[in-house]
Design a binder for this molecule. Sequence first.
Ligand code: DHB
Length: 307
Amino acid sequence: MFNQKLQGIKFEGAIMNASGVKDTETNELIKIAKSRSCAIVTKTATYSPREGNPKPRYYEGIDKTINSMGLPNPGYAVMAERIKALKKQTNKPIFGSLRLIEKKEAYWMIKSYEQQNVEVIEVNLSTPNALGKYQLCYDFEKCDEILKNVRKIVKTPIAIKVSPFLDGMQQLDFIDMIKKYKPNFIVAVNSPGNALMIDPHTKKILLKPKWGGYGGRGIKPIALGNIRRYYEELGKKTTIVGCGGIFTELDAFEHILAGASLVSIGSVFAINGPKIFEEIENRLERTLKSLDYSSISEAIGQAKEVE
Ligand code: DHB
């Protein structure tokens, strides 16, 4: 097993769950704890409970998903209780994911998660499905305000979960803004929003809210491009958690070569269940050993440029 120590936290391996997939209920979280996932991310919580968007709001194919969940969650206070129960069952690092907008609310949300000793507060700036609201990550002023407030409050390491940038220069501007807040982790990337899926047989749009976030194999190149830029700009101090399009150990290896230290899986976990953590972790370990790596850190960011 390739253990890692990142930002002072121990991880047994590199594969973990991505926020939003089977990570809301206590029994779901315990299933992740019992799997080979090297950490546990909890469903992004809001201050008040939310029902989420009208159904159908999720579709799963063999290599893709689309969701417009709309942040259904019981609110941060109930999630904090679930984290408390989870902590009794596991020593794995917990990333408590939160959508933090209002200053006063953010204070109570962060403090309640810190009271449960989460190892990392994940600041989710990239929910694509808050209907009628701007996706935070593309509103740099708002992100700046949120992160400034978070940095005043938090004592634990923070992870920033970001939307995919389709323009490198825009990503560089975003990096310029976030670097003053010294992110411990960047989780790149959340599902690209504004996606639509149509069943050609019934001619129907698959989701009731129509647009949703796309997960699946197709987003890997965009995830890799985004990861590489974070790695080149922030990689000395910030740990990158790759996310997007990972179905096999080779996909995970590509994320690591681009610059990720940890790799999170969403769609493939939704499709295959918790045994997938062990499968990808074991195969990744075998792949790395067969290539004579004796640790994950030897492979991180090692993608070579064309001569
Ligand atoms: C939801 C989707 C996301 O991609 C995310 O990061 C958070 C929430 C959702 O619609 O519930």
